[in-house]
Design a protein around this ligand. Sequence first.
Ligand SMILES: Nc1ncnc2c1ncn2[C@@H]1O[C@H](COP(=O)(O)OP(=O)(O)OP(=O)(O)O)[C@@H](O)[C@H]1O
Length: 317
Amino acid sequence: MDTSIISIKGLRKVYQNHVAVNHLDLDIQRGEIFGLLGPNGAGKSTTILMMLGLTEPTTGFVRVNGINPQTHPVEVKKMVGYLPDNIGFYETRTGLDNLVLVAELNGYKYNDAFTRAKNLLETVGLKEVGNQKVSTYSRGMKQRLGLADTLIKNPKIIILDEPTLGLDPSGVKEFLSLIRDLSKKENLTVLLSSHHLHQVQEVCNRVGIFVKGNLIAKGEVKDLAQQLFGTDSMTTLLDTGLNNHDEIESIKNKLQNIRGIDRTEINGHQIVIHHSFNSNTPLVKILAKQEIPIMQILQKGYGLDDIYSYYFEENKS
Ligand SMILES: Nc1ncnc2c1ncn2[C@@H]1O[C@H](COP(=O)(O)OP(=O)(O)OP(=O)(O)O)[C@@H](O)[C@H]1O
């Protein structure tokens, strides 16, 4: 059974001669939290705009809950809540007033709008400050209000563009845990665009990594390194306990001839072993069999930091 709520095939967007999104294939499952990750200019916003029917694909296929956003943008907007990175409120009005207004604009009569706004303020943890002017809110409170705003129309999907931008670490943590709870409770599908891998890792079931318009990897964070770095995805640090450089060099040469070891480097007294064994156990056994001295052995798998520095560093903002 196809459980995907968003289905994208061969999606491409070209601005003049610039390819913003290149042959994107992506399925987002109902109820999942999916992270769109990538440095600035990678194509995340363009992809979101195409899902919302706000920009036309050059070629390709998008369906949101079975609906084509290009031909039926209003239907898609009814079921998708979108929190842009620069949402604005009436600062001199209260949080409650702002939400009531949005609810009325979405077709609720005043009494229903009021009840809905009140309930959502409670959902996002702003119950106590609902009657305060938005101008007195912190950035974190405004983001929560923004989240309530996207939830007004009871959407099936919410799309959050850089929602944690400008929040302090505790604000980020609270905001992400709110999203996680909401998604679970309401079976809400969440698409979260960000260039903060670490934050996204905390909350997303799966992520897709965009670089220069291409989705270069997608899946659970733990599997991404394998996809991106292939067999070279395991690194083990071997401390032989030796101090003599020639002896270390000769061990390095010995290691180089072992099947499954792709590359070795000397780093001080340690030898860095890049290999395709997926656990330390067989490597330790092999080293012991070859009578290679082992004082300490540490496994270093490629993780988010490696992905980040490899793909994002030069574009980091
Ligand atoms: N209206 C437009 N006209 C021409 N080029 C555009 C337009 N919108 C986006 N682009 C270009 O398309 C590429 C992808 O931009 P996009 O905004 O989708 O990236 P992004 O990953 O969302 O980045 P950011 O995090 O900065 O929003 C960029 O090179 C951008 O300059």
